[in-house]
Design a protein around this ligand. Structure first.
Ligand SMILES: [Zn+2]
Length: 316
């Protein structure tokens, strides 16, 4: 007879692994992480779409696809996090501590979730050759276009250029403790995909399209879904053609506790801004742009520690 504890653990693991597709073992390994932030469920739905499209198709995919849900209690309550931001915890010291502490003794909900997620991620067997790719899916609170958070590693750049999604460099260095940054250090091809506004109807479609193009670009699918790939490519190209292809972070506005940060209304992703423009206010007064550029992820929700980012077109 199963004890209730074991039953719970098994259900947790089943809930966390949204789907696994095993194809030709020599191909790439693609891991899709969704729901690190629990109010960002468009990514979960998009990943589910991809799983349903590819499960049982013939010819089989090349390599393997693993789709995960990260922060189950936050997803259940549709909040960014319960105790702390799960995408600011991926420091080697915290990871070691989480690995070495029994789950019942971990006080933070997100660290318990991290421990369970690590167990799954550690157990993923890679193909004999072929890259390992981790796509971390997010959405944001403002209006505006999707983008990817990546670094200038040529492998990442080459792969992501196939997605027709604007690339933003440098965020992974300035946002400390992200899962994507940690897995970059483990030599994964690891990037963040910010698919659109949380509640926008287009967001799920954007993410579904990008994920299928990713699987095509990396060589998981070739002959399957050719018509669909063309449709998704057309959509993403037309959606992003007026945007800079590669941009770089030049400023991150960090919110400290008690700041009473308030973004001025009406800003959206990739909206051009001018030096001297009044962007937001906090307890110290007006927050003014120190440079020209584009605004990224202006914060229009209560939970979150970054007020906005400023990016510039990459000239390098
Ligand atoms: Zn997020």
């Amino acid at each position: 007879m199963r004890s209730p504890t074991i039953a719970n653990i098994q259900t947790e693991a089943e809930n966390r692994i949204l789907g696994t597709i095993e194809g030709d073992p020599d191909g790439p390994t693609v891991i899709v992480v969704t729901g690190i932030h629990g109010n960002e469920y468009a990514g979960v739905d998009a990943a589910q779409n991809i799983f349903e499209m590819l499960d049982g198709i013939y010819p089989k995919i090349n390599g393997r696809l693993i789709i995960l849900r990260a922060n189950l209690p936050a997803l259940e309550h549709q909040v960014r996090y319960i105790d702390e931001d799960m995408n600011r915890l991926w420091f080697p010291a915290i990871i070691d501590q989480v690995r070495n502490t029994p789950e019942a003794q971990i006080e933070s909900s997100e660290r318990r979730q991290m421990k369970q997620l690590l167990t799954v991620l550690d157990g993923i067997e890679r193909g004999t050759d072929g890259p390992i790719i981790l796509a971390d899916i997010h959405t944001f609170s403002a209006e505006g276009n999707m983008f990817s958070i990546t670094n200038t590693d040529p492998r990442q750049r080459r792969l992501l250029s196939n997605l027709h999604v604007p690339m933003v460099f440098g965020i992974e260095k300035s946002l400390r403790g992200t899962a994507l940054g940690y897995y970059q250090q483990q030599d994964f091809i690891s990037f963040g995909l910010e698919g659109g506004q949380h509640e926008n109807e287009l967001t799920e479609y954007n993410i579904t399209a990008s994920l299928l193009l990713l699987l095509h670009a990396v060589g998981c699918i070739e002959k399957q879904y050719v018509a669909k790939i063309k449709e998704f490519e057309r959509h993403l190209r037309s959606h992003t053609k007026h945007l800079p292809v590669e941009t770089e972070l030049v400023y991150q506005h960090i919110i400290e506790p008690g700041d009473e940060f308030k973004m001025r209304p009406g800003y959206s992703n990739f909206q051009p801004i001018k030096k001297g423009e009044w962007l937001a206010s906090d307890s110290d007064g007006k927050i003014i742009a120190h440079t020209d550029g584009y605004i990224l992820m202006p914060l229009y929700q209560n939970q979150g520690n970054d007020g906005f980012f400023i990016i510039k077109e990459n000239e390098g």
